[in-house]
Design a protein. Sequence first.
Length: 263
Amino acid sequence: MNVEIVELDDRKAKFVLSGATHAFANSLRRGMLAEIPTLAIDYVNIYNNTSVLFDEQLALRLGLIPLKTDLDSYVLPSDCGCGGEGCPQCQVSLTLSVEGPKMAYSTEMVSADPAVTPADAVPIIKLAEGQKISLEAVARLGTGHDHAKWQAGVACGYKNMPHITVLEECDACGMCVDACPRGVLVITDNVAKAVDERACSLCRLCESVCELNWIKVDTYPDSVIFTAESDGSMPITELIIRSADNIKERATALDEYLGIIDA
Ligand code: SF4
Ligand code: SF4
Ligand SMILES: [Zn+2]
């Protein structure tokens, strides 16, 4: 298996994954969406709310705010020694006390753990003169399996890696070069050639204009172009590595289980 990084920053990654099946790529994607825990606000004690939002709507907005998550510091409530009742190992409290006129932002929430803060300045509500909100929100770990608010990976997906072949008979007429909307093709040494297969959209316009079919657009059977984005709860590299580790853990567990069945 090989990974070629195309783009990478703290939140987003684009890479070519080769020597791997589409099933593996899909497992990696699903792990990022549903298996890796992240912190999200799970319940809210509202002490005062004179805004135009009902308490339930306010709680819904708070639940969808991405929170920076250190998975080495917290455990899932179901795995915690407190039995899920709530303790510093499985939950963290954030308070918000604001008064209008103003726009209240997620970054105004004060966390009991300085390491757990909103990943972005998300507008919560616009308060008019004299309107107040005072609340305590409790964040806990969960996974995307249970609710989308615990989904650390967003816009995670992959597409087939294009493979463009030009046969020797090509007469360098240039029609495919002109037809390509992505600028993938050039004429070099009297033959059409792909300069960047990754940029190809697989539209096959080049094939349709080549009257003698000297150009073929196909895909590599064991390569995909993978794109992934984190909601900000953790760096995208950590999310990808944790997802790959999760596949290994589940495969090992299945292997052990099947071993027990065979025995
Ligand atoms: S592949 Fe076909 S359309 Fe493209 S330059 Fe060659 S002959 Fe022309
Ligand atoms: S399939 Fe479409 S994008 Fe790809 S090389 Fe041909 S014309 Fe360009
Ligand atoms: Zn606990």
